[in-house]
Design a protein around this ligand. Structure first.
Ligand code: UT7
Length: 330
């Protein structure tokens, strides 16, 4: 019996924030953003649209495509760094309520951009152990709510969106989640951090004044570690599964920066046509980035039943991870 990715779905908010819009907000240019990140636009949720609303829309698509009844979902794992509420209730509980499922196990996980891969690892274990039958895994972010639009080092990168997948059971090895690796190193916790509002620096006038409730990033240092970690991760997961890059049908890396993706792709010898890149149109959507990219590939007829996907991610914590997953949506 194998855990299997039965479906994918995503939701992209309708409002668009272009590089030209950002030129009017901070000292930047379309040329700089495109050249240094590959990003052209990002989508921004409405004021009254919360992360749970984005997650709910993506979840509905994934459940429909899995051809299961919503009542068959017996666990919801939601990865986010922009929950509806600080600490509680979890955004997963709010999504369960919106879906109309009562009594389901539902919880959020905090692993920043690696959240979807971390969640896959938990879902895989739940399914393989027989504890759960259909785990709804969601990566959802309203990063615009925690982005400092006076900080050009971060605001040009991030966007909003959600992606969801149903992880079910299969006895066919060709539908399996083959392997998931997830890791962390807290030594680098300061590189990507939202310092204010937690128990270390509880919300106060001072934390507000210093913009401490927004994401801070040491971009260039993060960039260098991202490239190294994303590359090593792939080498390791392929090695331990006795695979080569040519065995992978779709390389789907975290969409943080086109230059990072391009460096890792070239280093690992993945051809461009087998690498999924969505950063130009969505920006960096943290935990939502990988499921949104899978969905994008699927909706553009660039992903077929049985394809072996290699997911590769990196984010705050620091956290990182990779996964070898067969696309099992029929
Ligand atoms: O998703 C989780 C993980 N996150 C990542 O992996 C993101 C990693 N980091 C990045 O993507 C890049 O580091 C950034 C896009 C954030 C920044 O690009 P960079 O090429 O690393 O730029 P930098 O920070 O080294 O700055 C180079 C120059 C500086 O000017 P000086 O000192 O050379 O005069 C910056 O002040 O670019 C300047 N700069 C900008 N200029 C125009 C920084 N941000 C901007 C901007 N527009 N938005």
């Amino acid at each position: 019996m194998y855990a299997s990715l039965k479906s994918i779905g995503a939701y992209v908010p309708k409002n668009v924030l272009s590089n030209f819009d950002l030129e009017k907000m901070v000292d930047t240019s379309d040329e700089w953003i495109k050249k240094r990140t590959g990003i052209e636009i990002r989508h921004i949720a409405d004021k009254d649209e919360a992360t749970s609303d984005l997650a709910y829309e993506a979840a509905k698509v994934a459940i429909k495509r899995a051809k299961i009844d919503v009542k068959d979902v017996d666990c919801i794992i939601l990865a986010t760094i922009s929950p509806d509420y600080f600490c509680m209730p979890s955004t997963a509980c709010l999504v369960a309520e919106k879906l109309g499922i009562k009594g389901v196990m539902a919880f959020d996980i905090s692993a920043a951009c690696s959240g979807f891969v971390y969640s896959l690892s938990i879902a895989k274990s739940f399914i393989e152990s027989g504890l759960k039958n259909n785990v709804l895994v969601i990566g959802a972010e309203k990063l615009s709510a925690i982005t400092d639009y006076t900080d050009r080092g971060t605001c040009v990168i991030f966007g909003d969106g959600a992606g969801a997948a149903v992880i079910g059971r299969s006895d066919d090895k060709k539908e399996a989640i083959v392997d998931v690796m997830a890791a962390s190193d807290g030594k680098y916790s300061n590189l990507l951090i939202t310092p204010g509002g937690g128990s270390k620096y509880p919300a106060s006038e001072e934390t507000l004044k210093k913009h401490m409730h927004y994401m801070k990033m040491a971009g260039n240092e993060t960039f260098k570690i991202a490239v190294k970690t994303l590359t090593e991760d792939v080498i390791e997961i392929l090695r331990r599964n006795g695979l080569k890059s040519e065995d992978v049908d779709r390389f789907i890396p975290h969409q943080a920066n086109y230059r990072i993706i391009e460096y890792v792709r070239a280093k690992l010898d993945f051809p461009k046509e087998r690498t999924v890149v969505t950063v130009a149109k969505y920006g960096n959507t943290s935990a939502a980035s990988i499921p949104m990219a899978i969905n994008d590939a699927y909706e553009n007829n660039n992903l077929n039943y049985g394809d072996l996907m290699l997911l590769d991610t990196f984010g705050g914590g620091l956290t990182w991870g990779s996964a070898l997953v067969r696309f099992a949506q029929k």
